[in-house]
Design a protein around this ligand. Structure first.
Ligand code: MGD
Ligand code: MGD
Ligand code: SF4
Ligand code: MO
Length: 694
């Protein structure tokens, strides 16, 4: 593996890709002098990165060279959760893991009593879904359902469109109307924001639909602050108005959609008045939005995952995804809807993950309800191997998660670069490399390029990449399958279907050399201009036979939140505020949450309340609050602002528990109740009450 370009004899620039769970997957260059990384910068030639990194990754060297990096393996010497450890050798660490795994696998509980727990700490395919999957498949461990973020929206979108394919983000600049629906790109999708700004300069109108006036909503021409979890009702009323006013593209509907008559009947009684009662919006605002949407071609809708973290989130995404087929926006490269581009990549998942190595048909464990699983699963979870994730901070209903992780009879391994809230509960802690220290290959969910990440520097201390640890464990467990010993480069090579038409122009040698290559797509890319949806019928499915077969309503509808004033009045009488906890600008989930620069930027855990709600409780700006429900409580400082609508509270996330003043975070009050589709955690479907702390 070689750096692609040299600037001088002493300094070299190495091509990398941002590993974080962010749609932008930026290409970057790391400058290395005498084996030390001295600078990092966004790649200027990569079209979506365009030389710019966000504030977090522009300071990535502070993460890599942080004094808090874990540099050698540790074993626990104090009670679980206390974070008391002693240094051990890799040899002892691996031997301990192998001994415990062998003992559990050969017991009557079998290997499925061992559970991997990972998410997208790195999105690199080698380090997040290559050797790890192969290893746990060969072991016969329980299968982890990786649902915590996006599966509700993913399944909902798929029911309508067939795959997570949508409008090319680079085409947003030519839209006439852009609707930011449950998304805050300034915080979570910075490089799309650049396209949106360009569209605004060219005269486009911007409308935000979000219960919170986010930084992005603030910069839109209009903002509709609906109640959390009511988006489907709004989308149904929009369809009602479009059909009522005959602002639909009849030709597109006839050629490329399925079930229009049934949809028409379904939305007939979804009047704006009805949707207004559910969403808390004015009827006139809904009519106005429908007129704007009906009258502007092309309109590009950006939806993000925020709106699907609700009980009815899957159906909400499915319902919104119907809109551009009605208006015929898909005819235009700059129209349509974008949830994620990830389904555009032709993946060779079978080669990458090797499910054929499974010796058994193990059970599935849903990561979104890990608290319950640790406390209740039978046979019990006896060992947990955590990597690329920090569940004690990020999983819902912390009290149960912490109780689960505290079990004396649970053997826990945590592989991370830092001593996270989760690592404090580990029996064995392993030091992980950062993106500057290992090789990987990346797809993206917010653009259409393949990227590689070359290691810029040698691993710090005794840190090892995920893939290397699994190779070492496989050898010690006596596994002999060749797939468990391939190099990172060999695994990367197998990630994609290279013969697929969308990969044909992607040149491996050039990719390694330049760091990125665009998928082979028509220019401009208008994926559904002539239909060709990825659904079973090949049409945009207003009516879904697939859903009907699963006993789910085959037509779009509104599913109320688990917890809201309308759907749970008795609960709301005790806990009247709907709490959302969307991403903080300076953190990436819990990543970066321990580094001083970013904690100072964020200030501290805070809760935003509308003046009416604060006054009703006799609270003043800056008060220390206790935010609580039956599941638990956490502390935050009050900020009074009309950026939240009355009845809604907002707390940017995700703070580390142990670095918060009260040793807890917002997930104390979130619930393990799942979404309608995909088994996702309904993180923003939560009722709470607040009062002064102490
Ligand atoms: N800086 C930063 N960037 C991030 C992350 C981070 O933590 N920090 N996290 C990354 C991850 S893991 C993900 S999944 C992505 C996307 O993560 P998302 O959760 O989609 O985050 P946002 O794009 O901020 O959009 C969420 C917006 O949805 C709004 N919202 C909440 N409930 C509702 C609702 O019911 N309806 C509507 N219409 N809006 C609602 C929130 O107020 C917020 O403004 O972002 C990624 N990018
Ligand atoms: N209340 C609330 N809770 C939420 C959310 C919310 O909006 N509100 N968002 C949810 C969402 S969308 C998501 S995606 C989840 C995210 O939850 P997680 O996937 O757990 O994400 P992070 O908190 O960033 O933790 C990732 C960890 O992986 C580690 N890591 C990074 N690279 C590597 C590597 O190469 N090897 C190893 N071994 N470790 C590595 C990092 O140091 C970090 O500790 O949180 C969810 N939780
Ligand atoms: S976190 Fe997102 S915006 Fe920031 S560098 Fe990474 S991919 Fe780019
Ligand atoms: Mo996420």
């Amino acid at each position: 593996m070689r750096p692609a370009s040299s600037s001088s004899a002493a300094a070299i620039n190495v091509h990398g890709a941002c590993p974080h769970d962010c749609p932008d997957t930026c290409a970057f260059l790391t400058t290395v002098e005498n084996g030390r990384a001295v600078a990092i910068a966004g790649a200027k030639d990569h079209p979506t990165t365009a030389g710019v990194l966000c504030t977090k990754v522009a300071h990535y060297l502070e993460r890599t060279y942080s004094e808090e990096r874990l540099l050698h393996p540790l074993k626990r010497v104090g009670p679980k959760g206390r974070g008391e450890f002693a240094r051990i050798s890799w040899d002892e660490a691996l031997e301990t893991i192998v001994r415990r795994f062998t003992e559990i696998a050969s017991s009557t509980d079998g290997p499925e009593a061992i559970v991997p727990y990972s998410y997208a700490g790195t999105m690199g395919l080698v380090q997040s879904s290559g050797m790890d999957r192969r290893f746990f498949h060969r072991l016969g461990a329980s299968i982890l359902d990786r649902t915590i973020c996006s599966s509700a929206g993913f399944e909902g979108y798929k029911a309508t469109i067939g795959a997570t394919v949508g409008t090319d983000p680079e085409q947003f600049s030519d839209a006439r109307l852009i609707i930011l629906w449950g998304t805050n790109p300034i915080v979570s999708n910075l490089h799309l924001w650049r396209q949106i700004q360009e569209a605004k300069r060219r005269g486009a109108k911007l409308i935000a639909i979000d219960p919170y006036r986010s930084q992005s909503a603030q910069k839109c021409h209009e903002h509709l602050a609906l109640l959390p979890g009511t988006d489907a009702a709004l989308a149904l009323a929009l369809m009602h108005c479009l059909i009522r006013d005959d602002r639909i593209d009849h030709d597109y509907v006839a050629r490329y959609t399925l079930g229009f008559d049934a949809l028409k009947a379904r939305v007939a009684d979804w009047t704006p008045e009805r949707a207004a009662r559910i969403t808390g919006l004015a009827t006139a605002a809904i009519e106005h939005l429908a007129a704007d949407y009906g009258g502007n071609r092309p309109t590009a809708i950006r939806v993000n995952y925020g709106l699907q973290r609700h009980g009815g989130g899957g159906m909400a995404m499915r319902t919104i995804a119907c809109l551009p087929a009605l208006t015929g926006d898909w005819r235009h490269a700059s129209g349509g809807i974008l949830l994620s581009t990830s389904g555009t990549y032709p993946m060779n998942t079978a080669a990458l993950e090797r499910p054929d190595l499974l010796p058994n048909r193990p059970r599935h464990i849903n990561m979104s309800a890990i608290g319950n699983a640790l406390l209740e699963a039978r046979p019990p979870i006896r060992a947990l191997y955590v990597y690329n994730s920090n569940p004690v901070a990020v999983a819902p209903e912390s009290r149960k998660v912490v109780r689960g992780f505290s079990r004396e009879d649970l053997f826990t391994v945590v592989h991370d670069s830092f001593l996270t809230d989760t690592a404090d509960y580990a029996d064995i802690v392993l030091p992980a490399t950062t993106q500057l220290e290992h090789f990987d290959i990346h797809k993206s969910y917010g653009h259409l390029y393949v990227l590689v990440n070359h290691p810029a520097i040698a691993p710090l201390g005794e840190a090892k990449p995920n893939s290397e640890v699994f190779r070492l464990l496989a050898r010690r467990l006596g596994f002999t399958d060749a797939a468990l010993f391939e190099s990172d480069l060999e695994i990367a090579r197998q990630a994609f279907l290279w013969d697929h038409p969308r990969m044909r122009g992607v040149d491996w040698a050039k990719l390694l050399e330049r760091g990125w290559e665009r998928l082979s797509l028509p220019e401009p890319f208008a994926p559904f201009a002539q239909g060709n949806f990825f659904t079973p019928s090949g049409r945009c499915e207003f009516y879904s036979e697939t859903l009907a077969a699963q006993g789910i309503d085959p037509l779009p509808h509104f599913t109320p939140p688990h917890e809201s004033r309308a759907s749970a009045p008795e609960l709301a009488a005790r806990f009247p505020l709907a709490l959302i906890s969307p991403p903080a600008r300076n953190f990436l989930n819990s990543s970066f949450g321990h580094l001083p620069r970013f904690r100072e930027e964020e200030g501290g855990p805070r809760l935003e309340l509308h003046p009416e709600d604060a006054t009703a409780r006799g609270l003043a700006d800056g008060d220390e609050l206790r935010i609580f429900n039956d599941r638990g409580e956490f502390g935050a400082q009050l900020r009074i602002t009309d950026r939240v609508r009355p009845g809604v509270a907002m707390s940017p996330s995700i703070w580390w528990r142990k670095l918060s003043p009260d040793g807890r975070n917002v997930n104390e009050v979130t619930s393990q109740k799942l979404t309608d589709f995909g088994g996702t955690a309904a993180f923003y479907d939560v009722l709470v009450e607040v009062g002064p702390a102490g």
